[in-house]
Structures are given as C-alpha cells and as structure tokens.
Design a binder for this molecule. Sequence first.
Ligand code: F6R
Length: 369
Amino acid sequence: EKDGYDYFMLKEIAEQPKAVADTLLGRIDASGTLSLDEVRIPASVLREVNKIVIVACGTAFHAGMIAKYAIEHWTRIPCETELASEFRYRDPILDERTLVVAISQSGETMDTLMALRHAREQGARVLAICNTNGSTIPRESDAVLYTHAGPEVAVASTKAFLTQLVACYLVALYLGQVRGTKWGDEIGSVVRELSEIAVQVEQVLGTMEPVRELARSLADKNTVLFLGRHVGYPVAMEGALKLKELAYMHAEGFAAGELKHGPIALIEQDLPVVVVVPSPRGRSVLHDKIVSNIQEIRARGARTIVIAEEGDETVVPYADHLVRIPATPTLLQPLVATVPLQVFACELATARGNEVDQPRNLAKSVTVE
Ligand code: F6R
C-alpha cells in the first residue's frame, strides 16, 4: 500500500498535488465563481455572520491560524482562531450570528468535538472542515466541507494540512463572494491562482533533494528554530511541530517580529534557523522586515536556512542555505512553503533512526480530552 515508498509519510507528501486538486474539484466553475452548495448554510445566514471563530488542534490549528488572515482580509468579518482545548473553558462569547469553523482531519478529535458542542449549545452555527466521511465532528455540525485528501495513515499530518488550507481559502473566498466585499476583484484573481497551486506544489516536490541533504547534515543538532511573519508565522509553527513529533528535536516557531522581545537571546554560533520569507511583491514591507531579521540573526552566528520565492535576490547574501519556492500571492504561500518543512522533518527523523510513520507517544486520532 505504500506504493514503493519507504513510509506512508513520503507517499502522502508526494500525493499533495492531487489532494489539493481534488479538494478544489467541482467547487470553482469556468467563470471563476465558487459554488459550495454542499455547505448547507444559506447565503442569507452567511450574510448575517458578524464573527467567525475557528477551533482546532495541532496541525489543524495551524491551518486555522492561516485561515484567520485570509478570512479577515477577504471578508472583513472579525475572526479568531483558538486551540479547541482552551476554547470551552474560558466562557467564550458566542451567539446565533457567530460562525464556528471546526477543522479536523480525523473528525474524531475529542477536544475539537467538545468545543463544537459547546458552541452549538450557545446557538452558534458550526461548519466542519473534515477529511473523514461520516465521522463524529461533521455529523454533529450544521454543515461540512470535506477535504479530499484521501486516507492519511502516517501520524504526522501532511496532505490533510494542505487540503485544510485549500478548504479554508474556499470558505474565505466564498464568504467574500456571498457578502460582496471591497476585495471582489481580488477574489477572481486569487481563485485563478488557487486553481494553479497544485502544479506549484508539484514543482516544489521536484526540487527537494538539497533539502534532504541539508536535513541529514543536521542530524546531530539539538535545536532548530523557525521564523515567519504574517501567514509565514503559522508555517514556522507547523515546521517546528513536524520536527518535534518526528525528529524528537527541540524546535520552536516564532513570529519574526518577536525576536527582539526575547527569543533572539537563543541565537548562538551555528544554530540552524529556518526563515520563511514572504513574497517581495504585494505587501513588500513584510518582506523587507524579515530580511533585516535574517541579517540580525546571522550577525549573531545563526546558520540561516531561507525559504524564499524564485527571483527574490535580496535574501541571497544572508542565506547559508536557500530553498526556492514558486511565486504565489502571500496569502497562498503556505501551500508551497510548508512542503520543504515536511520533507526536512521527515528526512531528519529518518537520519536519526526514528520511526517516521509511528512517532513515539503519539496516536493518529486523539479521542480523549
Ligand atoms: C500533527 C498532527 C496533529 C493533529 C491534531 C488534530 O502532525 O497530526 O497535531 O493535527 O491531533 O487532529 P485532527 O485534525 O484529526 O483533529
């Protein structure tokens, strides 16, 4: 069943272009209009939504963090993303105009299930984004948008994450379409770019050999840090989570702007730091800020592993290792920027002799609170 791959994780990483394409299939028509009829929440109800709350755990939580940026940008509806395990215990403010989005690959995660039950008790509507047909979370939600990643066997989530992102973008763009926000024009062009993203994921997969080589060379390190800004921040957190669970290494993802507020004290000679660089086009101020962050850490001895868009030459002088990803709009960049981090963690785990598909102490679906 591993189709010739050594691990399910490798197979699932390779399946990502198809998983992404399948999740888009039938949801965008030829004119670039989204049709999410399967989301049985009427447009009239969606127009009344005044707050969105996303609940999820682990990797799905990182997808939700990225969704917040997209939803607020395209819909102008206030959105917060919260760890499902924290949500219910702080008496969150919810009512009939709140849309709660519960993201879960398995559909059985107890923390997420308890959070959505609590939300429905308060009158909120719940939309599930889920990869498992007929599982408990979609059954107990008002509506569901299925991700079509296919079965994910490896404990570490990869293709499910990418499809969760696609589903989140679809929800954000659909809400923008239904409500007609000032970003109307942008929505059409983003939908087009999203339709092409599977090809770009495929391109990234074709250039991963240097990343694997780099990972093997770091097998005796104790710590790796990850930095990002904007949507690159949750990508950094996801890169760190993959490394913790697979390589059993100390890894942390930071918002690059927070460096100077503490974490920069961790930088020492030869410490590997992965930096996710946003596109220099569009919101270029973000890009320039992160380039100075790279300079700051490098001046203090960090070994910089820079993930940057093709054609971005400004990072070249400060990158000890440069990983190129295709040009995408910043909000969509996580779909291509996450892939090298998955490959990196998988290869490091292998180099350290770890069991890639079954990391110690972890289960594929966590059905206890
Ligand atoms: C990490 C990982 C976990 C899950 C989390 C939520 O690679 O797989 O962090 O993402 O346990 O699981 P689901 O999405 O099934 O609710």
